[in-house]
Each structure stands twice: as C-alpha cells, then as structure tokens.
Design a protein around this ligand. Structure first.
Ligand SMILES: NC(=O)c1ccc[n+]([C@@H]2O[C@H](COP(=O)([O-])OP(=O)(O)OC[C@H]3O[C@@H](n4cnc5c(N)ncnc54)[C@H](OP(=O)(O)O)[C@@H]3O)[C@@H](O)[C@H]2O)c1
Length: 260
C-alpha cells in the first residue's frame, strides 16, 4: 500500500470526508471503526470510485488495547503510515454528577487516551523516516470550559494542548502535528451526544466537508492549528474568550447547552 492515511471514526460525518479527500489524491486508506458492515461498504465504494486500496480494522477505541492492536496490524500487514488522522470522538450532554460513569470514562479513553497512544506508537517511525503528519481532531470547545458537557470540553482542551506541544517537539524533524478545531457540524455527533434539544445545536451546524478540507490541507502544510467556525469572526474571538468574565462565560455556555 502507498501514501497510507489511517483514519479513526472513518464512517462518521467528518471521517467520511477525510477518507474521500485522501482517496481523491490517490492515497490508500486504513479505516478504523466499530461497525464492520459500514467499514466494508465504505472501503468497497472508495476503491471503486477512486481506484485506490482501502482496508479496514474493526476496533472499539474505548478499549485500552485498541491502539496497540491498530499499530501492530499496520506494521505487519500494511506498511508505513503517512498520515495519522485521530478523528473518532464523541460528546454527551448532561450534569456531570448525573451522567453515567461509563459514558464519561469511555469518552476520556476515545477522545484522549487512544489518540495519545496512537501518536506514541506511530510518531517515532515518522520521525525516523523524516516524513509523516498527524491530524488531531479537537474542537473549538477546547478553548472554553463546558458546563453540561464538562468532560467533553475537558478532553478537547487536553487534545489541543497535547497536539500543540507535539507540533513544537517535532519542529525540524520533517513531521507535522496539526490540531483541527471545528465549530458546530451537522454530523452524527449531535444525536450521539443527546444535544438535539440545546440552543447550541438548534441551528443544525455546518456541513462537515469544509472543516475536513481545511484540516486535511492544513495538516499537509504542517500547520499547528486549523480553525473552521461559523460565523467566521468567532474564530478570532474565541481564543480571547478567557478575557471574558469567567462567571459570565460559564453561565453563557451553561445556557447554550441546557435542554429546552
Ligand atoms: N460535530 C460537531 O459539532 C463537532 C465539532 C467539533 C469537533 N468535533 C469532533 O469531530 C470528530 C468527528 O466527529 P463527527 O462530528 O464526525 O461525529 P460522528 O458523525 O458521530 O462521528 C464520530 C465517529 O467516531 C466514532 N467513534 C465514537 N466512539 C467510538 C469508539 N468507541 N470506537 C470506535 N469509533 C468510535 C464513531 O463511530 P460509531 O458510530 O461506531 O460510534 C464515528 O465514526 C470528533 O472527534 C468530534 O469530537 C465535532
């Protein structure tokens, strides 16, 4: 296989876009997800349309062993990974004290632990080859505290911090580490996170392709951060959110994420 992109959450809203963009460039794919039937049909469709090779690995990324399994399968069966796209993730609305422990624990594993471990396993080889890029899908939520999605916002704050630190550590190695921070997107994320009845998601969100193109192209250029938020001025305003009075900000996010 050649010019391989490994994409987690490959049949989700953003994941499908990343897979199609990479295939359009003529690159091969390793797609990771939990649902074999979806992965198999996605691979078949991509191979037919773009004349590339697409294979899949069935894996629940909430398993602590997931990253080791993916790395060992890639090393023994597919070869060097050119692009690692840590895309899988999910949120969940509700008071932290009332939410199911298992949901938040799995969220921390899928959103933080597994992508961190995938970086740990794939990055040394990329540095040795002086070639490769990682795209970590975070969120604009990483810039704010998130009452009523406390764990989700915190996992994304971790991902942005972690990704930016790796960007600096890999400077001058030929390897790039990019963090994508989209705003609200119209994907399966809304239903999975029980966010349909919140003001924040009332308008449905943007189609994911624009954010996927921005992230993918930003990754190829080795950018540190890529934002994709509507309206556009929010991209410039959100980094300064910490200058707003903290109590006002917490009240605002709480109201936006409250069920109507
Ligand atoms: N949508 C938004 O508003 C938004 C905004 C900013 C950032 N993001 C981020 O964008 C990324 C992609 O999300 P999306 O918007 O495309 O949502 P999505 O359509 O729900 O896609 C999420 C993908 O992650 C996979 N996933 C979740 N838990 C998994 C697990 N335990 N094991 C394996 N795969 C798992 C899902 O597969 P299953 O269907 O099998 O669970 C799905 O393929 C996420 O990291 C999300 O946090 C989303």
């Amino acid at each position: 296989m050649r010019h391989i992109a490994l994409i987690t959450g490959a049949y989700g809203g953003l994941g499908r876009c990343f897979a199609a963009i990479h295939a359009r460039y003529g690159g091969d794919l390793v797609l990771v997800g939990r649902k074999e039937a979806l992965l198999a049909s996605q691979c078949a469709a991509l191979q037919k349309e773009y004349h590339i090779r697409a294979v899949y690995l069935v894996q629940d990324l909430a398993r602590h062993e997931a990253a080791d399994y993916i790395f060992s399968q890639c090393s023994t069966r597919y070869g060097d990974i050119l692009y690692l796209i840590n895309n899988a993730g999910f949120g969940g609305q509700g008071e932290f004290a009332a939410r199911a422990d298992i949901e938040d624990t799995q969220m921390m594993t899928v959103n933080m632990e597994t992508p961190t471990r995938l970086c740990k396993l794939f990055l040394p080889g990329m540095i040795q080859r002086g070639k490769g890029n990682i795209l970590n899908v975070s969120s604009i939520a990483s810039r704010l505290p998130g009452p009523l999605q406390a764990v989700y916002f915190a996992t994304k704050a971790y991902m942005t911090s972690f990704s930016n630190a790796l960007w600096r550590e890999t400077a001058h190695t030929g390897v790039g580490v990019t963090c994508l921070m989209p705003g609200i997107l119209a994907t399966g994320f809304t239903v999975r996170g029980h966010l349909e009845r919140t003001a924040l998601f009332a308008h449905g969100g943007a189609a994911p392709m624009e954010a996927a193109i921005a992230g993918y192209e930003g990754m190829r250029k080795g950018k540190r951060n890529v934002f994709c938020v509507h309206p556009k001025w929010l991209e410039y305003a959100i980094p300064y959110a910490s200058l707003a009075p903290e109590k006002w900000l917490l009240d605002y996010v709480y109201e936006q994420q409250r069920n109507r």
